[in-house]
Design a protein around this ligand. Structure first.
Ligand code: TRP
Length: 329
């Protein structure tokens, strides 16, 4: 019997190699939560199908993401790490939950409207049901806590309402209303210095990149636009390079950059070189571990298989209770 505080569930789309935004925003938090909770982490490949047109890369993207998770410190002996489609019970629960979901509620969600705007030629039925599938993910494992970014708040609220509707309609308490645990995330801006770091904008830095690639990307970073020449004083408060120094450099170095940039004592090139050096040093142990895991891809797939087997046990137990509550013969 576990002595931990409860069960955490979180899902992440298989986006392949992870970048610094994913690392600082989600992965670090996933790793830390393992100390206090029983954690279930899922690569949501079915959710990805709602918007992915080209499914060819799904397998490789799943593998690369799992490697990043494991190398970053997710411990598969303790936590359950698995692929959503390996536990078919989730689609059954999705169907049952869809019966207590008013259609208008789904089409009113801001996240749905945003997806319609982004993919006007692929507004499929699955996309409408995206939050229902997410509610099925969470409730299938009876998770009490769901760590997500604020962008998922409406989906979490939807899940909570769905649990209440289901339990009320079928006079039961088999499903559990999860708490949302908003991840306090530094908003990670991409190397363009403008937008949130993201793979699709190609403004990202992969955590698994080589030191050379990393340095190259850091050297491309946009700095304080007011600072045109080496002799101009800069403003670290508006410089994205400085934001990263605050995360990856020592207190003395941060202070040095803060002072020297303002009086043009240090140029952007040297400032970036220092950041690249510290970032590479920070990521070195992760990269070594990742390279080691990557030597044996079968072992990584076995970890995911084992996770799925443990996940299916919990899932099937929940489904027995759900089917009984609904009255399915
Ligand atoms: N919708 C989430 C996202 O796009 C991914 C997700 C799917 C999820 N199922 C989940 C997150 C369950 C938390 C819990 O980021």
């Amino acid at each position: 019997m576990s002595t931990k505080k409860g069960r955490v569930f979180s899902g992440a789309r298989p986006t392949g190699r992870q970048h610094l935004g994913n690392y600082l925003g989600a992965i670090k938090n996933y790793v830390a939560l393992q100390d206090e909770y029983d954690c279930v982490y899922c690569v949501v490949d079915l959710h990805a199908l709602t918007t992915v047109e080209d499914t060819e890369d799904l397998r490789q993207n799943t593998y690369e993401m799992a490697l990043d998770f494991l190398a970053a410190g997710i411990r598969p002996e303790e936590s359950i790490v698995f692929v959503q489609s390996h536990v078919p019970q989730v689609t059954e629960l999705h169907t049952i939950l869809s019966m207590v979901t008013p259609l208008g509620k789904l089409t009113d969600l801001p996240t749905f409207k945003e997806k319609v705007r982004m993919h006007p030629h692929n507004i499929n039925y699955g996309l409408v049901g995206y939050p229902v599938l997410m509610a099925a993910d969470i409730t299938l494992y009876k998770a009490s806590v769901v760590p997500v970014g604020v962008d998922q708040a409406s989906h979490l609220e939807f899940t909570r309402e769905t649990v209440r509707s289901f339990n009320y309609r079928f006079k039961t308490n088999v499903l559990i209303e999860p708490e949302m645990k908003v991840t306090e995330v530094p908003k990670v801006i991409g190397i363009d210095g403008q937008q949130k770091m993201s793979k699709s904008l190609d403004n990202h830095i992969e955590i698994a990149a080589t030191p050379e690639e990393t340095t190259k990307r850091v050297m491309m970073m946009v700095t304080d636009p007011q600072r045109q020449r080496r002799s101009d004083p800069g403003n670290p408060d508006v410089c994205n390079v400085f934001s990263f120094h605050k995360i990856f450099s020592s207190a003395e170095e941060v202070e040095m950059v803060n002072v020297e940039c303002r009086r043009a004592g240090i140029g952007c090139v040297d400032c970036k070189k220092l950041l690249a050096k510290n970032l590479n040093a920070h990521l070195a142990p992760f990269r070594a571990r990742r390279a080691e895991l990557d030597q044996k891809p079968d072992d990584v797939w076995n970890v995911l298989e084992d996770g799925a087997r443990r996940a299916r046990e919990i899932a099937e137990q929940t489904m027995r209770e759900v089917r009984a509550a609904v009255g399915l013969p």
